[in-house]
Design a protein around this ligand. Structure first.
Ligand code: ADP
Ligand code: ASP
Ligand code: MG
Length: 437
């Protein structure tokens, strides 16, 4: 058995939903994870923003727009009046529920309830569609098996036992449907796995059930050598190591959510990235082995801030780095990249919520300078230093004429990271794309 996850664009219209249903039926008896239809989660975020501001008309207007959109979807998706009525009643209940939050003070648990509705709608509409075309499907509620702790970590044992219970209810079911993204937290409230988190849902399901494969179906034929929104030409990469995929996802390759790699890797379940619009394309297979000695792809991560701490005392001060890291630890701020020298250290962060506090405390150890609006350019491949290739030199020379703020190489065998000004990002990506592939 496999788990197949379809992203927002893949279920973005009635036509696409019918196409997904066909792909699912052609794939055998599997578990299907759906995202919300594209644009829906953004609208739900917008509604919540209005409610936080107490702007009830703003929230109502956005709800009305969504109502209209779904009325059109229902009209087009189903042929039978009975399916249309049931779907319309379901969607109506959802929107009335959302509007019930216009009364009283709006809070985070209510926001999470609202954000969950996109995946609840898409899976319910799909189930009604399966019923209409005579396919037996079971809708497994994610809120009854997906649970996170206070650190946002999923409870794998709970997911495994609760999912199995649902599957055992009717082992001959033709299709099992479930929602991506949504879960409960340790207080039992509705919560989520963060934006783009449906990939994570699929990976958790595939891992805890030890499935044959985790398939992430999206709008492109796999991981490309570069971000097609910024460079061209790009080509699909046929095989990636889990570590390479983790680096790419973390450093900005949007096709894969960064959290999605670990459960699959730990349980050794291959992940395949496939194209809903071109199902016969081979896509990308991510596994514990991949071709050696090649550059696979380049990604970029924006909104990076570099912090330099320069200290004359570094040579003598035993435990200097420990003290520096302790500051970041206190403020729960993770470091993406670092470079050290005898007299100074530079680290980068992407979460600047506590920047002022961090800088203030770091001043106890040296002179602190901050460079904001930076971008990490991450080149990923098999870069074992002893493989006799000169990829590091090639990558550095490809950035000729672009000022590089710092370089990180050797932290793993898979990554060369370079920090540049955000305004140089596009040019850097183009030059690397031209020179490396
Ligand atoms: P979904 O809605 O299916 O989850 P996403 O929008 O999250 O899809 O991810 C797919 C998008 O990722 C592609 O349309 C593409 O623009 C973007 N992307 C960024 N970098 C890459 C890359 N290296 N390879 C493929 N796609 C990429
Ligand atoms: N619908 C959610 C989002 O837009 C989750 C997902 O699509 O993965 O972020
Ligand atoms: Mg996605």
């Amino acid at each position: 058995m496999k788990v197949l996850k379809f992203g927002g664009t893949s279920v973005g219209s009635p036509e696409r939903m019918r196409h997904v249903a066909k792909l699912v039926l052609d794939s055998g008896r599997n578990i299907v994870v759906l995202s919300a239809m594209s644009g829906t989660t953004n609208s739900l975020v917008e509604i919540s923003d209005y409610l936080y501001r107490g702007n009830v008309p703003g929230a109502q207007e956005t709800v009305n727009n969504l109502r209209q959109k779904y009325a059109g979807v229902i009209e087009e998706l189903y042929a039978k009046p009975d399916s249309k009525t049931r779907a319309a009643e379901y969607v109506d209940r959802v929107f009335n529920y959302i509007l019930s939050f216009t009364e009283g003070e709006f809070n985070t648990p209510e926001e999470k309830e609202i954000l969950a509705q996109g995946e609840l709608i898409s899976t319910n509409l799909m189930q009604i569609y399966f019923e209409e075309i005579g396919v037996r499907s079971a809708l497994i509620p994610a809120l009854e098996y997906m649970r996170i702790d206070d650190d946002g970590e999923p409870d794998m044992k709970y997911a495994a036992s609760h999912l199995r219970r649902f599957l055992d209810l009717d082992p001959d079911m033709e299709v099992w449907l479930t929602q991506g993204f949504i879960c409960r937290n340790s207080r039992g409230e509705v919560d989520n796995l963060r934006r783009g988190g449906s990939d994570y849902s699929a990976s958790i399901i595939g891992a805890v059930l030890d499935l044959e494969e985790i398939q992430i179906w999206t709008d492109i034929d796999g991981m490309h050598t570069g971000d097609p929104r910024f460079v061209s030409p790009t080509h699909p990469v046929s095989r990636l190591h889990f570590e390479e995929a983790a680096e790419l996802a973390y450093f900005g390759a949007k096709i894969l959510h960064p959290t999605c790699v670990l459960p699959a890797k730990l349980h050794n379940v291959p992940v395949r990235l496939l194209n809903t619009m071109d199902p016969s394309a081979p896509g990308t297979t991510i596994a514990n082995f991949a071709p050696d000695g090649t550059v696979k792809a380049v990604a970029a991560k924006d909104n990076i801030t570099a912090i330099k701490i320069k200290s004359g005392r570094m040579l003598l001060a035993y435990g200097f780095l420990h003290k520096v890291f302790e500051v970041f630890n206190t403020y729960h701020t993770s470091i993406d990249m670092m470079a050290t020298s005898e007299v100074g250290v530079t680290v980068t962060i992407d979460n600047t919520k506590y920047l002022a506090n961090i800088v203030e405390e770091l001043k106890d150890f040296g002179t602190v300078t901050v460079d904001s609006d930076m971008t990490i350019i991450c080149i990923v491949g098999d870069f074992a230093w002893d493989n006799g290739r000169d990829y590091c030199a090639k990558a550095v020379s490809a950035l000729k004429d672009i000022p590089v703020r710092m370089i990180s190489y050797g932290g793993s065998n898979y990554n060369i990271s370079m920090l540049v000004k955000a305004s140089d990002k596009l040019q850097a990506l183009k030059q690397l794309n031209d020179k490396l592939f």
